[in-house]
Design a protein around this ligand. Structure first.
Ligand code: NAP
Length: 246
């Protein structure tokens, strides 16, 4: 039987990241659960992953800061001795129309959603190039492909992820490393819970399948892209959005 692999999932204490960690733990992955602020949530995810038969560790780090990412990867290396899969999931929103969006709100979202992905891709690449294998999956958004009023900062960060994914797929292909992105539509998590009823109803009317997605819809796509069945897929953006982007 094949040996277990090691995945690092950023922002895995709740929402989509939590579900990704849990589903990977059922699919031959040991998991490094990164969290920023809520240790209790992260410990709960760890316990579930362990029940699924995985080795699981929680690692605190704010991935918007390069020094903290360096510590995060050092700890992953110490605890698991390798990394087969990086899932860039951590993300935030600070929505506002551009005339009201402050430079700080723009910068915070770029730091959390885009710079973090650059830092983690850079650090993972170093280890994966030595191993001559690896997979990197980043969570972009339908908004990174098509834009959305009130989300200049967020859509810039999510579009940036797509550019980096395609570039890195080309840079790392010769080392047997695949790099892909997932563009979720509207997924039911705490991130979307804070939207107004008006926005939610407008969004729903734009989803051909007529319902919102669940974190499992994204986690199942990660499980596929992280498996050997996806070995020939790289540089792609997979939309998981109920048809919203058609
Ligand atoms: P969520 O429920 O708000 O969870 C986001 C997670 O990321 C939280 O655990 C948060 O930790 C963590 N995080 C944020 N900034 C961090 C940082 N600097 N360092 C480490 N962890 C950090 O959101 P979600 O809906 O699951 O979103 C997950 C990803 O999917 C995000 O990248 C989001 O942009 C993307 N996405 C979501 C949707 C959707 O409809 N929900 C659609 C498209 C894309 P804290 O508790 O410390 O804040």
């Amino acid at each position: 039987m094949e040996s277990r692999k090691v995945a690092l999932i950023t922002g895995a204490g709740r929402g989509i990241g939590r579900t990704i960690a849990i589903e990977l733990s059922k699919n031959r992955y040991d998991v490094a659960i990164n969290y920023r602020s809520n240790e209790e949530e992260a410990l709960e995810v760890k316990a579930i992953c362990e029940k699924n038969g995985a080795n699981a560790e929680i690692i605190k780090a704010d991935v918007s800061k390069f020094e903290e990412c360096e510590k995060l990867f050092k700890e992953v290396k110490e605890k698991f001795s390798k990394i087969d899969l990086l899932v860039n999931n951590a993300g935030i929103t600070k929505d506002n129309l551009i005339i009201r969006m402050t430079p700080e709100d723009f910068q915070d979202v770029i730091d959390a959603n885009l710079n973090s992905v650059f830092y983690c891709m850079k650090l993972a690449s170093r280890l994966m190039m030595k191993q001559r294998s690896g997979k990197i999956i980043s969570i972009s958004s339908v908004v990174g492909l098509h834009g959305n009023p009130g989300q200049t900062n967020y859509s810039a960060s999510k579009a940036g992820i797509i550019g980096m994914t395609k570039t890195l797929a080309k840079e790392l292909a010769s080392r047997n490393i695949t790099v892909n992105a997932i563009a979720p539509g509207f997924i039911e998590t705490s991130m979307t819970q804070k939207l107004s009823e008006d926005i939610v109803n407008t969004m729903l009317s734009n989803i051909p399948l007529g319902k919102f997605g669940k974190p499992e819809d994204i986690a199942d796509t990660v499980v596929f892209l992280s498996s050997e069945k996806a070995n020939y897929i790289t540089g792609q953006v997979i939309s998981v959005d109920g048809g919203m982007s058609i």
